[in-house]
Design a protein around this ligand. Structure first.
Ligand code: NDP
Length: 258
């Protein structure tokens, strides 16, 4: 006798997650797979992606790893072409890869400025450029697709020495609001998620002493968010009814004031 299985809410959907080799992207890929989506995980560290794919598959999910540096437009386009050929195209894009390198502006850490601009803005745009046609096509066929961009509370509030990072994230939030209008008319929901501090590898790349002291100090008074907190939020956004689009979500550690 056939047993009735309750369909998972994202069954049949194809999710692409960038920055999936650690932190928020990794946890979100796992959660989207738990919710039934086939997930394609993108980042540069192939071994980390392969481990993630094995974990997802062991849990009964479907996952494909594509090692790619999102700052290269041609490589991202090749990844998108592979997603189209192997999985029929993406209908959920979590555009999440990013880097945070705070430092006083007078230190003229121009390599770090450029790194943040190249990844948080140019990389984000490369991914949007390569996958938007797939999102629009899927939304036309199925009535819904999602583009979720990772911004930050730094897009809204003032953090001394975080000017360049904050500028890149303000770009992400403002871009998302514009794209929501443009793509919403085609049933592609566009969201920006703006987390406060989440404990990930992000902090480990910070080289500025003052910023590291500020982060270390905050850890003593604030219980930081976990990547799983963000993953749950991404799952919530993607499982809302197609008519409902969470435009902008700010999620803070309860004790982080701003
Ligand atoms: P992690 O450092 O853990 O994750 C960053 C991810 O981006 C990694 O998977 C990394 O993988 C990937 N990545 C870095 N450079 C590239 C590249 N050139 N091409 C492709 N992938 C790349 O940090 P988080 O998980 O915290 O960060 C995820 C996002 O969340 C970022 O956009 C960050 O700005 C944002 N955010 C984080 C907050 C926090 O407190 N943690 C708060 C607010 C926003 P690999 O090195 O393998 O390429």
């Amino acid at each position: 006798m056939a047993t009735e299985t309750s369909a998972k809410p994202l069954t049949g959907r194809v999710a692409v997650v960038t920055g999936a080799s650690s932190g928020i992207g990794e946890a979100s890929a796992e959660h989207l797979a738990e919710l039934g989506a086939a997930v394609v995980v993108l980042a540069r560290r192939a071994a980390r992606l392969d481990d993630l794919v094995v974990r997802i598959q062991k849990a009964g999910g479907t996952a494909v790893a594509i090692a790619v540096d999102v700052t290269g437009a041609a490589a991202v386009q090749a990844a998108a072409d592979r997603v189209a050929a192997e999985l029929g195209g993406a209908d959920l894009l979590f555009n999440n890869a990013g880097v945070m390198l705070p430092a006083p502006i007078e230190e003229l850490a121009t390599d770090q400025w450029q790194h943040q601009i190249d990844l948080n803005i140019t990389g984000l745009m490369n991914v949007i450029g390569a996958f938007t046609p797939q999102l629009v096509k899927a939304a036309g066929e199925r009535g819904v697709a999602d583009l979720i961009n990772t911004s930050s509370i730094a897009a809204q509030n003032i953090f001394p020495n975080f000017a360049v990072y904050s500028g890149t994230k303000a770009y992400v939030t403002h871009l998302s609001r514009h794209l929501r209008v443009e793509l919403g008319a085609k049933n592609v929901r566009v969201s920006a998620i703006e987390p406060g501090i989440v404990g990930t590898e992000l902090q480990s790349h910070v080289t500025d002493d003052g910023a590291n002291q500020w982060l270390d100090g905050s850890k003593e008074t604030i219980e930081w968010l976990t990547p799983q907190d963000i993953a749950q939020t991404i799952g919530f956004i993607a499982t809302l009814p197609p008519r409902a689009n969470l435009q902008q979500v700010t999620i803070m550690p309860t004790r982080q004031p701003s």
